[in-house]
Design a protein around this ligand. Structure first.
Ligand code: 1HN
Length: 365
C-alpha cells in the first residue's frame, strides 16, 4: 500500500516545503513507500463461496425479492473480503450468482462491461443477445459481449441459478462504464427454436465455418453459446488419446475461443475448462491477473497460497493475482475458469510461474 511518511523533518525549511507540497496536492516520491513492490501487492484475498450457501440464499432472495427491484436482475455479488465492502470478487472481475424463478423475465438492457454466464445446473432459461435467443443448459457458456442487448427468460416451472462474470471493475477503473435500459419490450422471438443464429453460423464444429465468412472485427467471438456436449467431448478426447500430455498427466484443458480467429472469446476475458482425474499431480502455479473458478462437477481440494479447501459442485473461488493455485481431484473434477489474461497479455504484463512446495513454505513463513 502506498503511504506517505509523516515524521516531521528537523530542518524547518524542509518542513515548510512538505507542508506547501501537500497544500498544492503534490507528493514527493522519496517519501512514498510500497509503490514498487518486488512482487504484486494485491488487496483482494483468495476466497471461496460455498455452492450450497449460494443456492440457499438465491432461493430465499427468489421468494422475497421481485426481479424488478434493483437493476432488473436478482443477483448476489461475490464481495471479496479484502476489498473493503466493494461488490467485486477481485480487483478486475465481478462474480455473482443469478436466480430466475419460474415464469420470470429479466428485461433487456445493455452496458459496456462485458458479461458471461456459466450454467451450474438446470435448464429451461434462455437469454436473448441482440435478439438472438440462446438456450442455457448445465455446463453451457453464454457470452453477452460489451454493449450487446441482453434479457433472460424462464418460461419453465423450475427456478434456475447460474454464475455471472463481468469485467465491470476493470471497465469502471478505466472510466468506461455506460448503461442503457431497454424500452421494456422483450425480443420478438419467444423461445430458442433449436440453434440460435450464432450457433447456426459459427457452431458447426471445429473449423467448419459458413461459406463467405470473413474475419470479423477483432472485438468478440461471433459464437455466443458454447454447449456443454462440445466442451465435454473435447476434454474426454484429450484424455482418451493414449500418448497425449493430457492422458499422461491426468489433466485436460481447453480454452474457449472465437471459432473464426482462435482468439479469446472477448477482449477482456478468457474462459477455460479443466478436467482433473483423481491422482493427477501438478505443481502449484501462479499468474498475474485474477481469476474466478466455478466448480462444475466432481470433488477435490484446491490449495490457495498453501491453504487447502475442499471443493464441490457450485462452489465459486476468487483467485487474486499471483496467488499460487494447486488442484487435487478426489473424483473427476471439472473446473470452469474466467480470467483477465487477454488484458494482461495485450499489455505485455502476463507472467506465470510454477511454485514448488519448498518455495511455498518459505513464502508462508
Ligand atoms: C447484468 O446486466 C447481469 O444481465 C448480471 O444478467 C449481473 C452485474 C452488474 C451489472 C450488470 C445480467 C450484472 C449485470
Amino acid at each position: 500500500m502506498t503511504t506517505q511518511r509523516f515524521d516531521a523533518p528537523a530542518d524547518p525549511l524542509l518542513h515548510a516545503l512538505y507542508g506547501d507540497l501537500a497544500e498544492k496536492d503534490l507528493q514527493p516520491l522519496w517519501r512514498l513507500h510500497g509503490l514498487l513492490t518486488p512482487t504484486p501487492a494485491v488487496t483482494a484475498v483468495p476466497h471461496l463461496w460455498r455452492g450450497r450457501d449460494l443456492r440457499d440464499l438465491g432461493e430465499r432472495a427468489g421468494r422475497l425479492v421481485p426481479v424488478d427491484r434493483g437493476g432488473d436482475r436478482r443477483v448476489l455479488s461475490l464481495s471479496n473480503p479484502g476489498l473493503g465492502g466493494l461488490p467485486y470478487a477481485t480487483s478486475t472481475l465481478w462474480g455473482a450468482v443469478q436466480y430466475l424463478g419460474p415464469g420470470e423475465t429479466a428485461p433487456a438492457h445493455r452496458h459496456t462491461p462485458a458479461a458471461l454466464r456459466f450454467v451450474l445446473g438446470g435448464e429451461g432459461v434462455w437469454t436473448a443477445v441482440n435478439g438472438d435467443p440462446l438456450a442455457m443448459s448445465a455446463g453451457d457458456l453464454i457470452l453477452t459481449p460489451s454493449w450487446t442487448w441482453h434479457e433472460h427468460h424462464n418460461p419453465g416451472d423450475t427456478p434456475m441459478t447460474w454464475f455471472d462474470a463481468l469485467d465491470l471493475p476493470l471497465v469502471e477503473g478505466l472510466g468506461a462504464v455506460f448503461f442503457e435500459p431497454g424500452d421494456g419490450r422483450t425480443a420478438a422471438t419467444t423461445s430458442p427454436a433449436g440453434h440460435s443464429a450464432s450457433e447456426r453460423r459459427f457452431g458447426g464444429g471445429p473449423g467448419l465455418l459458413p461459406d463467405g465468412t470473413t474475419t470479423p472485427p477483432p472485438s468478440h467471438s461471433p459464437l455466443l453459446r458454447y454447449r456443454w456436449a462440445d466442451t465435454d467431448r473435447a476434454l474426454a478426447g484429450q484424455l482418451s488419446e493414449p500418448a497425449s500430455q493430457a492422458a499422461r498427466s491426468g489433466h485436460a484443458h481447453i480454452r474457449y475461443a472465437d471459432p473464426t480467429s482462435g482468439r479469446d472469446v472477448m477482449p477482456t476475458m478468457r474462459c477455460e475448462m479443466d478436467r482433473y482425474l483423481p491422482g493427477h499431480t501438478a505443481p502449484a502455479v501462479r499468474r498475474t491477473g485474477s481469476s474466478l473458478v466455478a466448480v462444475f462437477r466432481g470433488s477435490g481440494t484446491v490449495a490457495l497460497d498453501g491453504t487447502h479447501h475442499d471443493i464441490e459442485p457450485g462452489d465459486l473461488i476468487a483467485v487474486p493475482s499471483w496467488t499460487a493455485v494447486r488442484v487435487l481431484a478426489h473424483e473427476t473434477l471439472d473446473l470452469f475458469t474466467v480470467n483477465d489474461a487477454p488484458v494482461l497479455e495485450t499489455l505485455a504484463l502476463y507472467r506465470t510461474e510454477e511454485v514448488t512446495e519448498d518455495a511455498q513454505n518459505v513464502a508462508d513463513n
